[in-house]
Design a protein around this ligand. Sequence first.
Ligand SMILES: NC(=O)c1ccc[n+]([C@@H]2O[C@H](COP(=O)([O-])OP(=O)(O)OC[C@H]3O[C@@H](n4cnc5c(N)ncnc54)[C@H](OP(=O)(O)O)[C@@H]3O)[C@@H](O)[C@H]2O)c1
Length: 226
Amino acid sequence: MIVLVTGGNRGIGREVCAQLARQGHTVLLTARSERAAKEAAASIDGDVHPLRLDVTAAEDAEEAAREVAARHGRLDALVNNAAITYDTWQRAVTADLDVVREAMETNLYGPWRLTMTLLPLLRESTSPRIVNVSSEGGSLAGMGGGTPAYSLSKTSLNALTRMLAAELRHEDFLVNAVCPGWVATDMGGPGGRPVAEGAASVVWAVTLPAGGPTGGFFRDGRPVPW
Ligand SMILES: NC(=O)c1ccc[n+]([C@@H]2O[C@H](COP(=O)([O-])OP(=O)(O)OC[C@H]3O[C@@H](n4cnc5c(N)ncnc54)[C@H](OP(=O)(O)O)[C@@H]3O)[C@@H](O)[C@H]2O)c1
């Protein structure tokens, strides 16, 4: 498979790239810093190619699409992993809406636009997959207070997942949202589970067999309540 991963320079994204490369897949490791993309790609064994891609920049998405088209002519899977603003310091009753808007740019509009930009290349694949890395924090079923920017952005990403899955079902796309669980990364902080386990939860959805689930929300291959 040829797989593009956003935010591939550190955390869960980097480990997703490493696990996919270990399985023999071609990985397009993207990062908003060209240097970070190159360093991370060089640190992973296998067929890993660095690509600069800030998910908030439309021109970056278009340039990435041109590069992928020229080099590979198709894309088999897109992993929308990059995200920001786990705003534990905020509450909905007093939220700074500029912080919320900024989170939405990276966590919702970025992956949405990138998906649309890469759709023609995904359509060239015989088994296209889109994996939106979400969080149970976006689950309406268990929604409480706190982390308003982050939670809202992930709820919205989940809704987008449902829409894309429905609109692309007849083209044999598998589009799913995945929660990696609480993972010990820069975002998750200490105490979470190892990054390899969180990444494996994502890789499961990337490598689903034909006829696998679409329009679902999963952690470790098991459904999570919306
Ligand atoms: N860690 C957890 O406990 C946990 C739990 C549930 C869900 N998740 C989800 O898992 C995913 C990965 O999280 P993580 O824990 O690995 O986070 P992380 O360690 O903070 O890494 C975030 C990654 O996203 C990248 N990024 C941020 N803004 C970007 C942009 N505009 N364009 C491109 N890349 C950008 C970062 O790049 P820079 O290095 O340039 O900043 C970095 O590579 C996220 O979607 C997160 O919401 C994590």
